[in-house]
Design a protein around this ligand. Structure first.
Ligand code: HEM
Length: 136
């Protein structure tokens, strides 16, 4: 009976971002929560703040109950074209071997900074000791 699932782009969903018309994207699905705004135990502001983006993390971070999850069906209007959701910025770790190499030379420099004055001091004390002995 029902027609095909409507697939929305994020650009189509994003304008539904006010208290007269509020759509959310959660776990790949689009929900029209306009009628739920006043009833949401977490308040309407958090829902409005979660519009225009993938609100999955916002929804999950709250740890919604299973009854809250069951309510989702009621507001379902279609699916989101996931290609239109900007992917999360991938963290690319710094070049590891190079980074390690840098660390090693940093360590050697620190060690030298510590050792060189000690060596100079040691040599100076040695010379002083030696010359004192000779003149005595
Ligand atoms: C259609 C989507 C949503 C539905 C059906 C929904 C439903 C509910 C329900 C039933 C509760 C009561 C506690 C529970 O049963 O878990 C709740 C609490 C809450 N919701 Fe949502 N929620 C939705 C989306 C969101 C989003 C996108 C946010 C954004 C952060 C959010 C934030 C909160 C917060 C902060 C509470 C806690 C309120 C409190 O305990 O004081 N909700 N929600």
């Amino acid at each position: 009976m029902g027609g095909e699932t409507k697939v929305y782009t994020l650009a189509e969903v994003a304008p539904h971002n006010n208290n007269k018309d509020c759509w959310l994207v959660i776990s790949g699905k689009v929900y029209d929560v306009t009628k739920f705004l006043d009833d949401h135990p977490g308040g309407d502001e958090v829902l409005l703040a979660a519009t225009g983006k993938d609100a999955t993390d916002d929804f999950e971070d709250v740890g919604h109950s299973s009854s809250a999850r069951a309510m989702l069906d009621e507001y379902y209007v279609g699916d989101i074209d996931s290609a239109t959701i900007p992917t999360k910025t991938k963290y690319t770790p710094p070049n590891q071997p190079h980074y390690n190499q840098d660390k090693t030379s940093e360590f050697v420099i620190k060690l030298l900074q510590f050792l060189v004055p000690l060596i100079i001091l040691g040599v100076a004390v040695g010379i002083r000791f030696y010359t004192k002995q000779q003149s005595a």
